[in-house]
Design a protein around this ligand. Structure first.
Ligand SMILES: [Zn+2]
Length: 271
């Protein structure tokens, strides 16, 4: 066991106790592509959460953000996927559907429209920043329509996945407004947006202004809980590392990594 995992196992009971005393709203899980080897891990984690009654869908999350009283007990979780990889549909049908879970899927409408080779190159360059090749294709419009029909919410993640911080007003309008418009034409309008990369350095106030013209809710990748007092364009989410040890995953789900992101949350709220 690594030092990180030993530490996670050590502090997990304290974090869970603290969460029971101060639940801190609901949390949003952030996942990307889910390769076959990681699906049993995800099925176990979501199965446990569903059995504990802790999973909510996008509609319930919206009511909590609008001020509905949160359920008693530890914070509920909303599942989200970024980038719209093909494995999201497999996971939705084989893991989420049997548990009755509805998720948020953030997709890049401009990348969906590309031919396969162009799309793989754009995903490697824009989404994975040249760190690895595209692991799998993106979901097409027909597959996304099927997921929407099953109750999942398909949302805007910009047209082509650029880093938004520092872009010109014209490019912000193209990427955010253009993505929202294309998504609306294909599947209907979406209240939700997530900005590419999710860290506080990848967003600025000009981008937030453009996001606010098209969407009600914007999810970041900064860790923390969400409630009616959280700015609706600065929602927090927890990246869940499916390759990590169970103790580290449990610590993530319990919000045990929140203290490390306090400064990032403050910066996000000030933008
Ligand atoms: Zn992304």
């Amino acid at each position: 066991m690594s030092r990180r995992d030993r530490l996670a196992a050590l502090i997990l009971p304290e974090v869970r106790l603290w969460r029971r005393l101060a639940p801190g709203g609901f949390r949003i899980l952030l996942l990307h592509d889910v390769p076959p080897a990681q699906r049993p891990v995800l099925a176990r984690i979501l199965g446990d959460l569903a059995a504990a009654g802790r999973l909510i869908g996008p509609a319930e999350a919206e009511t909590l953000l609008d001020g509905a009283a949160p359920p008693p007990g530890p914070p509920p979780l909303l599942v989200s996927f970024d980038d719209g990889f093909a494995s999201n549909r497999i996971v939705a049908e084989s893991i989420l559907a049997p548990l009755g879970i509805r998720a948020l899927l953030f997709v890049c409408p401009g990348l969906i429209e590309l031919a396969p080779a162009e799309q793989a190159a754009a995903v490697a360059a824009n989404v994975l920043r040249g760190q690895r090749p595209a692991p799998e294709p993106l979901l097409g419009w027909d597959e996304l329509a099927a997921l929407a029909a099953a109750g999942h919410v398909i949302a805007n993640h910009t047209l082509t996945h650029p880093r938004l911080a520092g872009l010109s007003p014209a490019r912000l309008a193209d990427e955010i407004g253009g993505g929202a418009d294309l998504l609306a034409r294909r599947l209907g309008p979406s209240a939700w947006f997530a900005f590419p990369f999710g860290d506080v350095g990848s967003i600025d106030s000009a981008a937030f202004a453009e996001i606010g013209r098209h969407h009600r809710f914007c999810r970041s990748g900064v860790r923390g809980g969400n409630d009616a007092t959280t700015p609706k364009l600065a929602l927090r989410a927890d990246h869940l590392d499916l390759a990590a040890a169970p103790a580290w995953q449990a610590l993530t789900l319990a919000g045990g990594l929140d203290p490390a992101y306090r400064a990032a949350r403050k910066r996000l709220d000030r933008l």
